[in-house]
Ligand binder design. Structure first.
Ligand code: 4GX
Length: 221
């Protein structure tokens, strides 16, 4: 899979994507990741990427021309072009699964007050938000999407890692889990988990998962 990122802060991507599982995926050739500086597509003397909004108002917008030129150079017909911004649709596991099937992604990080609307109209296939809070720019959201998508690409996770059935894949939050010791600082592991009765254990876990989801994330039920 090829993922290209267009951002004003390419330096932010250096650490997180050079570690651990993503690093291994890149080394194995499962992921071809390229980070592009939006400023490289601005050609005036000051390499301007932003401008004031028509109609007035606070803040600056990303100008359309550098983004149009970058997409022209970086995207093919089959590339999914995705904007990262707080007005995007909420990113979740099913979207990650869908993107993991794509050949090519181009993620465009929002900056300043956002995009000129014509970028949405003409270039974007999708616009995603990673949650209802305000960040300083779209670099972290782009990395969040890359991480969530890549771990679903076949071969990226080792057997141990993918054997784990995570929350959201079955629509409920994870049940409580314990490891040794069976008693720690006076806190005991629930008796049923030590019983060896696998039917009872499965029943207990299902009930706990449901209870926890009801308490913490009733929206998932
Ligand atoms: N999930 N930000 C984008 C600039 C911006 C503002 C408005 C487009 C429209 C965010 C999020 C996020 C901060 C990234 C504002 N771009 N992005 N940036 N939450 O908060 O994706």
């Amino acid at each position: 899979m090829k993922i290209a990122v267009l951002t004003l802060f390419p330096g932010m991507f250096a650490g997180p994507l050079d570690e651990s599982i993503i690093k291994r995926a890149r080394a194995k050739g499962l992921l071809e990741l390229s980070i592009h500086n939006l400023r490289d597509y601005a050609h005036d003397r000051h390499r301007t990427v932003d401008d004031r909004p028509f109609g007035g108002g606070p803040g600056m917008l990303l100008k359309p021309e550098p983004i149009f030129e970058a997409v022209e150079k970086l995207a093919r017909e089959s590339t999914r072009v995705i904007l990262l911004s707080p007005i995007g649709r909420a990113f979740h596991q099913a979207i990650a699964r869908e993107l993991a099937d794509a050949e090519d992604l181009l993620l465009i990080s929002g900056h300043y007050e956002g995009f000129d609307e014509r970028v949405r109209e003409k270039l974007a296939d999708d616009e995603l938000s990673i949650g209802d809070y305000v960040l300083t720019n779209g670099a972290l959201p782009a990395m969040v999407v890359i991480d969530a998508v890549m771990r679903l690409v076949p071969g990226v996770l080792g057997d141990d890692e993918s054997a784990h059935e995570e929350s959201f894949s079955h629509g409920l939050l994870e049940y409580p889990q314990y490891t040794r010791p069976a008693e720690f600082c006076g806190m005991k592991v629930p008796e049923v988990l030590l019983s060896g009765n696998h039917a009872e254990i499965a029943k207990w876990r299902a009930a706990q998962a449901r209870l926890r989801t009801q308490e913490r994330r009733p929206d998932l039920l």
